[in-house]
Each structure stands twice: as structure tokens, then as C-alpha cells.
Write a protein that binds this ligand. Sequence first.
Ligand code: HGY
Ligand code: MN
Ligand code: MN
Length: 404
Amino acid sequence: MKRTGVVKVDPKRFLSDLHELRSFGASGVGKGVVRPAYCASDVAARRWLAGRFVQAGLRVEVDAMGNLFGLAEGPSLLMGSHSDSQPEGGWLDGALGVIAALEVARAAKQAGGPAISVVSFQDEEGRFGVTTGSAVWSGHLALAQADALVDHAGVALGEARQAMADMVTGDVQAAQFTGFVELHIEQGPTLDTAGEQIGVVTDIVGIRDMKITFEGQQNHAGTTPMHLRRDAFQALSAFNATLNDRLRNVVTPSSVWTIGHVSLHPNASSIVPGRVTFSMQWRDGDAARLGRMEQIIREVAAQTAAASDMELRYGPLLGLEPVAMDARLRAALEQGAQAVAPGQWRRMPSGALHDATNLSRLMPVAMLFVPSIGGISHAFEEDTREEDLVAGLEVLAHAVELLG
Ligand code: HGY
Ligand code: MN
Ligand code: MN
């Protein structure tokens, strides 16, 4: 594979669009954004992106989930990521991949090829589930099932997606794409700590995510003796302490588990909480270990419920399997990395989840990382040095030429 140098990306145009996208849902804290799936700022951002796709000579299509595509003529390499954010999101998580893909598509078109299509998937950040937009598009999740998913405020996805119903044009067929390449920030400390510029992803971890509820007895915080309480918070506290002990027997240093959202009912100072619903999420690069972790989580939940006289309920278990990146696409990214950042790049796994996992069911996929300053992400402080953003873009341009 030989690079010709005809795909000339325009770093100024790329950075200008990246900062303009940041203005949709700007949090006012650092460069942070608040752009959860289907909220006003997310839909406004997608309308703006659609306009940029048209200006780039791409045909805009939007499917029922609100996945926004800019399509090249004929068979094309799909590039992109997501433009929705976490409730407190960084300006680059997802957005970088969408704008970099747009810039490469523009430069490739101006150079007379190769054909590049662009996508911004919806709800990658899981306001409703795990990467729901690309999970539905890739056939991993039925639209009817997705519509029934609810966010932490009880809003159903089926209702929320009506906010962009007027943009929907219909299904987008996967067969037109020869593969998928996603540029993303690392969202971890590896590259930043090593002083390197580029990560070529080898594989993406698997994930499991479900809600767990303990139901005891709501009661008066002053008159209810401690030994008579059926306190849901105490049950969660006992569950968490026991779980940490038990999981240590099966995990490795790269296994992670998180209780990130806790809803205590009725959440009042003078009331013994009768109910707690919390998110239980775990990730690992090994599918069998994900299963062993699940078994322990369910055992500890059942033991805790029995010991605390709690009713135990589970929400739907959502998840994705670990996936390896495509060798051919990865080799092109490695050649690009060696050309753009010689000695400043490495091969590495992704501890974060990405739409690429869903697309790997349909086509070859590969991912590229640029550093996150301080390893910070899913926080308003998330940032990356501009020269590293541009280096990632240049590697993409190099790789698409090699892939032809
Ligand atoms: O959670 C993740 O790994 C992704 O950033 N949504
Ligand atoms: Mn992301
Ligand atoms: Mn994210």
C-alpha cells in the first residue's frame, strides 16, 4: 500500500468545525458540553451537521433512531462516531470522530476519491441503553425494544426520538460500506503519560449493564429502631462492600465495575429509604470473565436481599462482547501512524466502548486514538492538544489513501 498524498486535509477548517460543534450544548465550564441524546442541543447539532454534510457533497439520510449519515456515491468507507454526550460531557468524546470523518470526506472528494461516507450515531453515550443508536442500526437491538428503554427520569426512548422525527428519511443499508474507521480520544491516561500522540486500537472491551433494585420498608428515621429497619441504602452499602471482596477473586487489573447511578426513594433526610435502584456496569476484555463477574453480582445481590429482608428485582441486562479490530484496516492506520508520528505511537486496547463494536458485526472496523490530557473524559475538563487532534486527522487521511 503506497500513499499518494492527494487527500489534503485542512486542519483550520477541521478545528473550526470542531469548535462550532462544541457550541451546541456548551456547558460554560471549560470546553464541556451537555448534549444528551435527543435533547434540544443534540438535535440542533445534528441539524447543523446535516447542513455541513450537504455542503461536503454528501447525501444526508437519517434513520428512525436519529443516526445521521452523510453518504458518498457508490461503495464507500464509513467513518464517524457520535455527537451526543454524557450528562456532563467533554467536547471531543464522539465529536472528534464525526468532524474528522467530515474533513477526510471533504478532502477525499476534492481529490477525486476514495469515497468516504460519514456518520454520527445516536445515543452512543447510553442515555437509554448501551450504544443504542448503532445497536439498532447493526441489528443487535430491535427498534421496538429500544423504544421501551427508559432514561433515569423515566422518559422512554420511543418518546424522546420524536424530537427529530421530521429529519428521518428511512433505513440506511450497511452493504454500501466497505468498512468503518473511528477516530476517538483515548479517554484514559496511557498516551498522555507516555508522551505519545497516537494509539492504534487492537481490540475493544466487552460490557454488561443492568439496573438492580432492593425494596425494603420506608419508615420514620426517628422512631424506627435500627434492628427493625429494612433500609434499602444499607442493603446497597452491604452489597457493594461484599461485591468488591468477591470480585477480586476473578478479575484482572484491567477489569472494571461501576455503580454510577443511584436512585434512593424517597431520598429524604428523615425517611428510612424503602427502595434503591442502581446501575450495575462491568467491563472486561474476556467474555468468559464477564460471565463469571455476572454470576458473582447475582449471587451477592441474592445473598444481600436475603440477609436484609429485601425484595430483589433486575432490569434488562444490556451488553456487548469484546471485539478485535480488522487487521487490514488496522495495518493502514499503523502505516499512517508511523508516517505522521514515528516513535510516538503504540498499539493498545480500548477500555471505553464505541459504536465500532456494533459495526463489527456487519463490516471490518478499526479505531484510532489521540491522547486525553490527564486521561480525563466524561467530564467538562476533557481536552486534547490541538497538534494531537491534527495528527489524528493526518493519520486518517494517510490511511484512507492506502486503503483506496
Ligand atoms: O462508556 C463508554 O465507554 C463510552 O464512552 N460511552
Ligand atoms: Mn465516545
Ligand atoms: Mn463516552
